[in-house]
Design a protein around this ligand. Structure first.
Ligand code: AKB
Length: 316
């Protein structure tokens, strides 16, 4: 199972943890981290690191040729909340990076691509409960539009050009190593940081806003599993629904209170509430469970325990 991997957007929330995990599986020399800047010092200093501008085809190609890369994980994107502030930038960034990587695969410079999609592909007309794999998809955010269109292009490149591209519709991802940036589900990470630092949190979503979520370890496991699955097991080449748990801000606060009884939460919904309202509450991921045996591990209380334990060391 030898592989020479390039991670684009390795400085980000998921990219950074994916880099560490893939290095333990494939070896430090075989996993090249890259980003547009030196923003994440831990990643920059953790092993081979290159500056790559994923909006520039040549910049990726130079790196691919330098290290004989066969697999790219494209983790760079502008997320839902920031995307609403900079619609054209979000469109340009999210689409140009995807086309550059798909075209490198089409031209046979690389063999395999991972590209994350999101629950943001769904919209207000989608059934909110147990959202099926195949359903109405009318996203109302620019981010969601780029992910939905991106899915169509992934499937197209698979069908027309035999590009081995694999994708997951990530829910909100909760982790303690690297902060997320610009997402609607970011509250579910911020809340733990603020609980440890200040014992209180002002949430930008209403207390009863239920959204699909997942602990980072589960998200990384899903990503590794889908990429390691046999070619024939991957029957969906747009993107797989992926699910673990769903909860509301109030439920996270109650889970935190089991460890920090004095913890206080208040609610001041902003423009992100409308984005959250357009997304499903929970997801039916039976195709992932069936096709490549996906199974999540962490529930809310386990996530809370891990987040509070790790962050109390960070802020000591
Ligand atoms: C966001 O909130 O924009 C992301 C996502 C659900 O894709 N975390």
């Amino acid at each position: 199972m030898s592989s020479k991997i390039l991670i684009i957007g390795a400085g980000g929330q998921i990219g950074s943890e994916l880099t560490f995990k893939l290095r333990t599986i494939y070896g430090d020399q075989n996993v090249i981290a890259s980003d547009i800047s030196y923003r994440n010092e831990t990643i920059v200093n953790s092993g081979i690191f290159e500056i790559v501008d994923a909006q520039d085809y040549a910049s990726i190609k130079i790196c691919v040729e330098k290290y004989n890369i066969d697999t790219i994980y494209l983790m760079a994107a502008m997320l839902s909340a920031t995307g609403e502030k900079y619609p054209m930038k979000a469109w340009d960034l999210n689409m140009s990076t995807l086309f550059n990587v798909l075209n490198l695969a089409r031209a046979k410079f690389i063999k395999k691509v991972f590209w994350p999609s999101s629950i943001a592909v769904f919209g207000p007309t989608t059934p909110v409960n147990y959202t099926p794999q195949y359903t109405v998809m009318e996203p109302t955010t620019v981010y969601g539009i780029t992910k939905q269109v991106g899915e169509r292009w992934c499937e197209y490149y698979f069908n027309k050009y035999d590009v081995d591209v694999r994708s997951l519709r990530y829910p909100g991802i909760i982790s303690w190593k690297t902060l997320p940036g610009g997402g609607t589900t970011d509250y579910a990470v911020e809340i733990y940081h603020e609980a440890i630092k200040n014992n209180q949190y002002e949430c930008f979503l209403k207390e009863d806003t239920e959204l699909p979520m997942m602990f980072m370890d589960d998200a990384i496991k899903a990503t590794v599993d889908i990429m390691q699955a046999p070619h024939t097991a991957i029957k969906i080449r747009s993107s797989y629904n992926l699910s673990a748990i769903s909860f509301t801000p109030k439920a996270v606060a109650n889970s935190i209170k089991k460890h920090l009884p004095e913890f206080k939460i208040s609610y001041k919904p902003d423009y992100r509430q409308e984005i959250a309202n357009s997304w499903p509450k929970n997801i039916n991921d039976s195709y992932a469970r069936q096709d490549w045996k996906w199974k999540h591990k962490f529930n809310l209380d386990e996530i809370t325990e891990e987040m509070l334990t790790q962050l109390s060391k960070t802020y000591k």
